[in-house]
Design a protein. Structure first.
Length: 367
């Protein structure tokens, strides 16, 4: 078996308010399947305005914070020595869709995928976006093939590439966040027969809904809800500082009896959020008529562990909603020092790290 050409590669998730890094060690065995151990997981907060909706507004400042993250802390956190990175691209700027091409899997050529993709991608000019795809396994006897396509504007992807190159890093891969999140949050090597799963990623400044069915992502959409939206709503309603509003949100969440003003403000936002999720699910069903019903919503992201959020969403949507376990596809988490309420915000970084640790000559990827 060929050795991994990108040894010790790590995953890097650049958000609007923080940067997260996860590095895994691949301990897979040909006869046991995929297995990984945690090497390091770390994060650093960044000031607002450096990254906005995934766009690098001040790349030199972002570069400075990535350098600090890579350097670690003397005597406490070891520096990252690997020059290889797998990084995420913002969901809000990209596009993912499962398409069907009316050809047998053995007959498909690249031009078939490119021509069909143009009918779906919302970008107008071909030379202004990058297109990537994955042909899903199917029987040679069928006369159609499913292909998962993803597209991202060139200026977004190029800005990330230039940033990493300026740090002396080699880019193994850039991928849209939904792919990384699903890789971390969906149990590897498990088939969900007769049911679809949804992943609800609630971040500090943006959120998304990902539908996973038939062992692949079927649908992904951005949602207007986030931790910052909730904090700002409390700030304006209760006439307190942003820091005080954040503290109130964390302390009380959607606990009605403890702080009714906070509850009322958050409940209004959350009911609107639930309605948006409901409409997104109905849109999915209407545009994917042969799909399975969504039976469970797995939550992740730093905003997903707000008190009583899972109960309220479960009641509103009539679908079970529960925070997931982003580390579940690792062999061992014995060295994990991050509390669970923080680790749930690492889903994207973990998914990127899983891809980074995977030997491209010996793939187990479920996405």
């Amino acid at each position: 078996m060929f050795s991994n050409p990108f040894p010790n590669a790590f995953g890097l998730d650049i958000g609007d308010l923080s940067i997260k890094l996860v590095q895994l060690r691949n301990v897979s065995h040909r006869f046991r399947g995929a297995s990984y151990e945690l090497v390091t997981a770390r994060s650093i907060n960044i000031p607002p305005g450096l990254v906005v909706n995934g766009e690098l507004e001040q790349p030199e400042q972002v570069r400075h914070y990535i350098q600090k993250l890579l350097q670690g802390k003397k005597g406490k956190v070891k520096p990252i020595k690997s020059p290889w990175v797998v990084a995420g691209l913002p969901e809000t700027q990209g596009f993912i869709k499962l398409i069907t091409i009316p050809k047998n899997i053995e007959e498909i050529i690249n031009d078939d995928i490119i021509i069909e993709s143009k009918k779906h991608i919302p970008f107008t000019e071909e030379d202004k976006y990058y297109l990537d795809w994955q042909i899903l396994p199917s029987s040679p006897k069928t006369d159609s093939t499913h292909v998962l396509i993803s597209a991202i504007p060139k200026f977004i992807s190029d800005s990330y590439t230039y940033l990493f190159e300026s740090l002396g890093l080699g880019v193994v891969s850039l991928e849209i966040e939904a792919l990384s999140i699903a890789r971390a949050m969906v149990t590897a090597q498990k088939e969900y027969k007769g049911e679809a799963r949804a992943i609800l990623d609630i971040g500090s400044t943006r959120s998304s809904l990902i539908v996973y069915d038939g062992n692949t992502i079927q649908f992904s959409t951005s949602l207007p809800y986030s931790g910052e939206v909730l904090t700002t709503a409390i700030e304006q309603k209760m006439k307190v500082s942003h820091e005080e509003a954040e503290a109130l949100k964390r302390k009380y969440g959607l606990a009605y009896k403890k702080q009714k003003k906070v509850w009322g403000t958050l409940m209004e936002q959350t009911k609107t959020f639930a309605d948006t999720i409901r409409k997104s699910i109905h849109f999915y069903y209407s545009h994917f008529p042969d799909t399975n019903q969504i039976t469970h919503i797995t939550m992740c992201g730093s905003g997903s562990n707000m008190k009583h959020l899972e109960q309220i969403l479960s009641l509103e949507l009539k679908i079970e909603c529960r925070p997931g376990k982003p580390w579940k596809n690792l062999h061992s988490t014995k060295d994990l020092e991050i509390p669970y309420d923080e680790s749930i915000g690492y889903a994207t970084a973990i998914g990127l790290a899983l891809r980074a640790a995977d030997n491209p000559f010996f793939r187990h990827d479920s996405i």
